[in-house]
Structures are given as C-alpha cells and as structure tokens.
Write a protein that binds this ligand. Structure first.
Ligand SMILES: [Zn+2]
Length: 267
C-alpha cells in the first residue's frame, strides 16, 4: 500500500515538474542589452523523475519550490569567498561587488569578451576553453557578473515579461542580492552550435554535454541541475556554471552532491 502511494506521489510530482520546467523560456536572469534569443523549446526527453529520487525526502514541503522563505538572512560568508552560499534564503549585501573584475577576453573566449569575471577564475577558465577547443567543442559566454542594480532591472523584466506573474519570474530569475552572478564567479555558457543564444536550447549541444563531463576538472559546477528544482528553487539551467575552485569542485563531485547541497554543508 505504501509502495503504491509512493508511486502515485512520484507520478503527481513528475507531472508538476513537467509543467513547471516547460512553461517558460529560462534564464536565471539576463543583462540589459544582452542579446536575448528566447526559445520556447524545453528539453523534455530526459525524465526528471530519476534525478529527483535522491532528493525525494526534500520534496514534501509545505511551500512551493520557487517561493522565497520568510526569513531571508545575509550570507554567512563574505562575497569574495568561493564557497559563499547565495540562494533564496541567503542574500548578498547590495553593496557587495568583487574588486578584481576583469574582462572575459582574458580567458581567450571566442565571444562574450566584454563580460566581467573575477580575475581568480581566469586561468582555470582559460584551461577549460583551451581543452574544450582541443576536443572540437565551441564555447561562448553570454552572461557573467551582474551588479545588484542590474539584478533589480533583470528581475523586473521577467516579472513584466510574464504579465506581472511574480511566481513565474521567481522560477527563472533571482531577486536582487540572490543571484550567483553578483559574485563574478558565475557565467552562462553558449556555443556556435546554437548561434550563441542563451537558454534551454543549450541543453542538447555538444558543448553542454562536454561541460557536464568536464567542468569540475576546472573548478566549475552547474548551479541549477535538472530534477532539483525543489532544492535549488530554480528551473533547470544547463548553461549556468559557478566557479568554486578545482579542489572544491572535485570534492563536490566525489560527494555526489549538487552545488546547492554542497554549499549548504559549508555555510
Ligand atoms: Zn546564469
């Protein structure tokens, strides 16, 4: 009887997950003036049911996965710390801005050269790009550092885009201070395979598959993986990667945890 009930609950959750991840073009936020190529096509070939299983214990929540908690706290670690937890419950100060921002062009990226990233990630990013290129993989950058004020305007854009639907925006865009992009260690990848566009069409590219297999070797981790919406609070974003350093990324990979849970354990 309990088994039947579990199957029924899994079925209902899979239906809910399906509609949540297919209702919108996705981005955790886009910069003003950024080239925006909206794709309504979401990858539904891979079922998220299997991926949710390890975290099922976290799913039965009284709140909806995209909602913010009532008690939002300031991040316990400084914004400069590679392991600072930034999520819906932990906010960066509006005044936080990395002091070592440099242009992404220093990494040798083909496109997205003018986006800003912290200098400490450049060497590893350069190695990632060089090795990807050697493997016949093309990568570009379509977003990186976002200031607090840019996050404000980005979030307003997505609320407006969704006809004032706040919950719709909260599934795909962070409110100001809650975006990993404020850290200067987070970037959104694209590829010439999809014309350097930003969004869900990236999921099925060779570039995306290469990153899934290799990004950790260079210190990068995907921020919002598929099937973990109830844990991260965001829809799946195949393009959104955060740098945490090679040692940490390897430790995270070995632990089997997603970035959100790994950082919760460190904060
Ligand atoms: Zn992003």
């Amino acid at each position: 009887m309990i088994k039947l009930l579990n199957i029924f609950i899994s079925f209902i959750l899979s239906i809910l997950t399906f509609f949540n991840v297919t209702d919108l073009p996705q981005d955790e936020g886009m910069d003003d003036g950024e080239e925006i190529v909206i794709s309504g096509v979401i990858n539904t070939e891979e079922s998220s049911i299997e991926n949710t299983e390890p975290e099922e214990i976290l799913i039965p929540s009284t709140s909806n996965w995209w909602e913010y908690p009532t008690n939002i706290e300031e991040c316990s670690r400084n914004g400069n710390d590679l392991l600072v937890l930034v999520n819906k419950g932990n906010q960066l100060p509006s005044t936080y801005k990395p002091t070592d921002l440099v242009k992404a062009s220093n990494s040798g990226i083909r496109r997205g050269e003018s986006y800003l990233l912290r200098s400490i990630i450049i060497n590893d990013l350069k190695d990632l790009i060089d090795d990807a290129t050697s493997d016949g993989i093309d990568l570009s950058i379509v977003s990186a550092y976002r200031s607090y004020s840019t996050q404000e305007s980005t979030y307003r854009y997505w609320v407006s885009y969704n006809g004032g639907c706040v919950s719709c925006a909260d599934k795909i865009s962070a409110r100001a201070g809650h975006s990993q992009h404020q850290l200067g260690t987070t970037l959104d990848f694209s590829s010439n395979e999809i014309g350097d566009s930003l969004g869900s069409q990236f999921t099925n590219t060779k570039a995306s598959k290469w990153l899934v297999s290799n990004a950790y070797k260079y210190g990068f981790a995907i921020g919002y993986p598929q099937g973990y919406e109830s844990v991260t609070g965001y829809s799946f974003e195949s393009w959104h990667y955060r740098y945490i350093g090679k040692v940490n990324a390897l430790e995270m990979k070995s632990s089997g945890m997603i970035l959100e849970m790994y950082l919760r354990g460190k904060n």
